[in-house]
Design a protein around this ligand. Structure first.
Ligand code: ADP
Ligand code: ADP
Length: 228
């Protein structure tokens, strides 16, 4: 479970990005975070994996308080949270296989387990045939599928995605969304900031709308609620 209590964020330059936000997300939920550009969506989801530190209030994930967390504990937190970015953030000189295996090598998994698990997630995103390719040889949608595979290779309880379809065409976006649906169906919490109006309106999931650093709407089976 993720809980935010009176969470605020003021950046060092004085910009107030979030203002006393309260929310609670249960294990296994699928949550869209929507709102205009600059509303605070990235800041909100970034605080859930300690990319951003709150300047007020408290955030806990499965009982662990993130704002009190020591810097050296952050890598440990990240093992339990998969993150997917708009621009993929794959390592350009490593193959698809190596990009995914990397996350397991740092936690000193055995080579046999690494191989088994990497092939398993590559199968889930339908990219076994691209294992030996480098990211530049893949389409945008394929690269995003690799980054999703990397995000889930450690079996995290939570996957956080910040505009994962922002650089993709509508058809490819739908393929990506079906993978997130599959991941969620297996019990993983999915939290996604997005501008994809059609997807949000079709999927009928929980929708949290942020405007000017505040939650202005939080609905189950919600709608996007803005012009695209
Ligand atoms: P969204 O994801 O909804 O577009 P953001 O969370 O990126 O919104 O931004 C919320 C507000 O915080 C905006 O006013 C933005 O300019 C500001 N902001 C975001 N990141 C930083 C930063 N690193 N330093 C200063 N201001 C920032
Ligand atoms: P198969 O035996 O049916 O080819 P594998 O699961 O062994 O299936 O491999 C699928 C793909 O992943 C193949 O292209 C294979 O070359 C590649 N692959 C498997 N292991 C590695 C590895 N350690 N490094 C790079 N590519 C690998």
């Amino acid at each position: 479970m993720i809980e935010m209590k009176d969470v605020s964020k003021t950046y060092p330059n004085g910009v107030s990005a979030l203002n006393e936000v309260n929310l609670s997300i249960e294990q296994g939920e699928f949550v869209y975070v929507v709102g205009p550009s600059g509303a605070g969506k990235s800041t909100l989801v970034g605080m859930m994996y300690r990319e951003e530190k709150a300047t007020g209030g408290s955030i806990s994930i499965n009982g662990v308080y993130l704002n009190k967390m020591k810097e050296r504990k952050i890598p440990h937190l990240r093992r339990d949270i998969g993150v997917v970015y708009q621009d993929f953030k794959l390592l350009p000189r490593l193959t698809v296989y190596e990009n995914i295996a990397f996350a397991l090598e740092v936690i000193e998994e055995t080579p046999k387990n690494i191989r088994r698990r990497v092939m398993e997630v590559l199968d889930l995103v339908n990219l076994k045939h691209k294992a030996r390719h480098i990211p530049d040889e893949l389409s945008g949608g394929e690269q995003q599928r690799v980054s999703i595979a990397r995000a889930i290779v450690n079996h995290p309880k939570t996957v956080i995605a910040d505009e994962p379809t922002g650089n993709l065409d509508p058809e490819t976006s739908w393929e990506i969304m079906r993978i997130f649906e599959e991941i969620n169906a297996r019990g993983t919490t999915v939290i996604m900031a997005t501008h994809s109006k059609d997807i949000v309106n079709t999927m009928k999931k929980r929708v949290i709308a942020v405007e000017n650093g505040r939650i202005v709407r939080d609905e189950h089976r919600g709608e996007y609620g803005y012009e695209a």
